[in-house]
Design a binder for this molecule. Structure first.
Ligand code: NAP
Length: 513
């Protein structure tokens, strides 16, 4: 079994404490073990702050962008190995592993290019100076300076590659050292990528550390000027928010959490828009076996289309072979672990109490998978009474599960979407650009991203569930209230904003050359 050593204070340190075993979710075989009980987190963070931070901040933005480019090229060379690890540890077919691995490479490449165009400077101006005195001599200039704390990156199990680099790229570009804590069940891929980057000797000592498992003091050892970037469940986010380092001392927390995302068919939609909604729903339910925080969980359609659209989605789901990702005929692999399988099956039982079952793939057996594998087939629920069943608006079953919901009119549809109480994304399918624009304006208040799909972009849109580095990723309320990506906006989390007030001549000296 592979030992996932921890990299702290510039050295690889052995697994310690009672190790957690990472397993193949289909075959059940043990793959690797992890544990960090003996890691001194205070020393790990101090090393990162005192060694990694100054070395990174000595560089300017374009120089750090160059480091990202070298990281991307290093990872690219090991791409096949990462696909093999994904297959074994996440149970994903090649297309689904690509969402994670190639998504990571694309995001790194994007930030490398973006950083190359940033000022050749050590800090960034935020807006233009504004006069504070009548004679104009005394003014205010906002600046963003890199945080001198450490960034602790805590990730969820579903994106061991993309989840790491979508956080790490903006942090490193900002000049902030990172300590990575991957989700234990799929930590192998994250660990391998970090090990490859350390081996390639790209970053200064202390810029990149990794701890696998649950070390003591992960949060206790943080300081008030540190940052935690978290992705995971709303329950864990709530626990982190209540931790004294965050609740009392003011360490910054960005949280990306659960979300009951919607896809909405316009009230006057024709066949083209209906076809696009059906295709996207099936894709979202089955890519990575529905284990995407952005996946479609609720499908809102006009009442008159409810039966026909339910039948069309069911027919397409019925053609998807589920099973061992090693079998070339399989289109959808397994969930990441048997624990997740049990959680998803419990969620299915819960929704079954208030919904009709429109499609249940469990009636067919999984291809080449043992009976106790973590494979779960897609389930499409439906409810004719969405107002009377609050469960469908708040239950995120983190697997290939969605609910079809009929609505009376456009206002009803948009109100139902809002009952997710803050979501990462809603997508809208219609031919009418007027409706698309109106829906977007209404949905934006409760959704971090609104994805508009019309026949003009049938082939070019990037997909309801894909978080693109150009667009911000995150959502209000239930979705955690966090913000990631969105181009240069992502750098703000790793900078501090300060208003500098003084003589315009002094302020001018702060402007990048
Ligand atoms: P999770 O159980 O909340 O775990 C997330 C991470 O937090 C893991 O690394 C976990 O470590 C760690 N963790 C758990 N409790 C902790 C504690 N008390 N102190 C410090 N760290 C702690 O979530 P998950 O099951 O991995 O992921 C699934 C959830 O993530 C879903 O609800 C999904 O919607 C959400 N998600 C959201 C996004 C987004 O961008 N909004 C993206 C992906 C997933 P261990 O693995 O060691 O337990």
């Amino acid at each position: 079994m592979i030992e996932l050593k921890n990299h702290s204070q510039g050295q690889w340190r052995p697994v310690s404490g009672r190790p957690a075993v990472l397993a193949d979710p289909v075959l059940g075989t043990g793959l690797a073990h992890a544990g960090a009980a003996d890691i001194d987190m205070a020393a790990c963070y101090a090393w990162a702050r005192e060694r990694g931070g100054p070395a990174l901040r000595a560089l300017r933005y374009p120089q750090r962008a160059e480091l990202l480019d070298r990281i991307a090229r290093t990872l690219q060379r090991h791409r096949d190995k990462y696909f093999e690890i994904s297959l074994q540890n996440s149970g994903t077919v090649k297309n689904d592993s690509a969402v994670d691995v190639d998504g990571a490479l694309y995001t790194l490449g994007h930030y490398a290019r973006l950083g190359a165009g940033l000022p050749d400077a050590h800090h960034l101006p935020d807006g233009a100076p504004e006069a504070l005195s009548r004679d104009g001599a005394f003014a205010s200039q906002h600046v963003l300076v890199p945080s001198r704390g450490v960034a602790l990156l805590i990730n969820a199990f579903n994106f061991p590659a993309w989840g790491l680099w979508e956080k790490a790229a903006p942090a490193l570009l900002s000049g902030v050292p990172i300590v990575v804590k991957p989700a234990t069940s799929t930590a192998w891929l994250t660990h391998e990528m970090v090990a490859d980057v350390i081996e390639a000797d790209i970053l200064p000592p202390g810029a990149l550390s990794i701890v696998c498992g649950r070390p003591e003091g992960l949060l206790d050892a943080l300081e008030p000027l540190d940052t935690v970037s978290f992705t995971g469940s709303a329950d864990t986010a709530a626990a982190l928010r209540g931790h004294p380092r965050i609740a009392r001392d003011g360490a910054r927390l960005n949280a990306e959490t659960d979300s009951v995302n919607s896809a909405i068919l316009g009230p006057d939609a024709g066949e083209a828009a209906i076809g696009l909604l059906v295709r996207e729903t099936v894709r979202e339910m089955t890519v990575k076996s529905g284990q995407k925080c952005t996946a479609i969980r609720r499908i809102l359609v006009p009442q008159a289309h409810y039966d026909a659209i339910g039948a069309r989605i069911a027919e397409k789901l019925g053609r998807i072979a589920v099973g061992d990702p090693r079998d070339p005929g399989v289109r959808m692999g397994s969930l990441v672990s048997r624990t997740q399988r049990d959680a998803v099956e419990a969620g299915i039982r819960q929704l079954a109490q208030s919904c009709d079952v429109l499609f249940d793939g469990a009636r067919r057996s999984a291809v080449q998978a043992p009976p106790d594998s973590a494979c779960v087939a897609p389930v499409l629920f439906g409810t004719r009474d969405p107002d009377g069943h609050p469960d469908v608006h708040r239950t995120e079953v983190f697997g290939p599960v969605a609910t079809l919901i009929p609505y009376r009119d456009a206002a009803h549809a948009l109100d139902l979407a809002r009952r997710g109480m803050g979501s990462l994304v809603a997508s809208v399918y219609a031919e009418d650009p007027g409706f698309l624009a109106e829906a977007a304006a209404r949905l934006a208040e409760s959704h971090g991203r609104v994805h508009l799909v019309s026949p003009e972009v049938a082939e070019s849109h990037t997909g309801h569930g894909n978080a693109m580095p150009q667009s911000s990723h995150g959502g209000p309320g239930r979705a955690g209230g966090g913000e990631e990506l969105g181009g240069a906006r992502a750098l703000r989390l790793y900078h501090r904003l300060s208003a500098i007030q003084g003589w315009t001549g002094a302020l001018a000296r702060m402007a990048p050359a």
